[in-house]
Design a protein around this ligand. Sequence first.
Ligand SMILES: O=C[C@H](O)COP(=O)(O)O
Length: 307
Amino acid sequence: MDAPGSNAELRAFLHGLPGVDQVGAEERAARLAARSIKTTAKARAIDLAISMVDLTTLEGADTPGKVRALCAKAVRPDPADPSVPKVAAVCVYPDLAGVAAGALAGSGVAVASVATAFPSGRAPLEAKLADTRAAVAAGATEIDMVIDRGAFLAGDYLAVFEEIAEVKRACGEAHLKVILETGELATYDNVRRASWLAMRAGADFIKTSTGKVSPAATPAVTLVMLEAVRDFHAATGRRVGVKPAGGIRTTKDAIRYLVLVNEVAGPDWLTPRHFRIGASSLLNDLLMQRQKLTTGAYAGPDYFSLD
Ligand SMILES: O=C[C@H](O)COP(=O)(O)O
């Protein structure tokens, strides 16, 4: 798909996308969420969900020690059980990307870093590019950028497009996840438009939320984004990933998202390469439910180290 020549052209494209049937999207997401799965499938789903977690800490109070502890947990979620898969990535602020890179070296767990003035995205482009380059130089192989929601809501789609394209260039080999902050986009139509805009500008993943705005990830918003990646793949042959993030805390929720992925985008997306769950406190529940399935008893939250 060619780069848009003007804001008017991009606007015509985005507003020409089919509208989202809000009631239909919410009903379908709720219906899929209500599906039950067999115990054997649940065991597989829990391990798949663990392998898709972007284990996240994005607090002003984060320390190198906390990040190192999180990295140890990412590589070996349950020290007593080596059969538990490692998570996909550890996600941190750019100034802690180097600490994470040191702790995760050779582990196969990726270093993801938020960038571009996360979470508000309110900074000059040069600052955002510097933020991105610093994270990559420190060892991040995945960049989670936020879009300029102000520009998007003002209809300045080309500015948003060009900023994403510039950040993608600044990423070099690093993969780019583009956070839409769907809780600020007001309508499902806007979620669909922002998804297409981000994908056309070069996103490797589209991500729902920063986790700092409510509502964060919801099944209906994720369904709309999964439809967008499916349709973008049909139109271009490029498979973009999806990452719901924010407020996902239980195994039940995680499995609901996996059912959505399978039913809406299809099984080709059921891999950490194309689907992630951004979460700060989901992993312990996945570990508890996994242990319950294996041993028939809960170990209790005290057994596992803090997320
Ligand atoms: O990207 C991930 C989010 O910031 C995590 O949000 P959470 O703390 O609600 O799990």
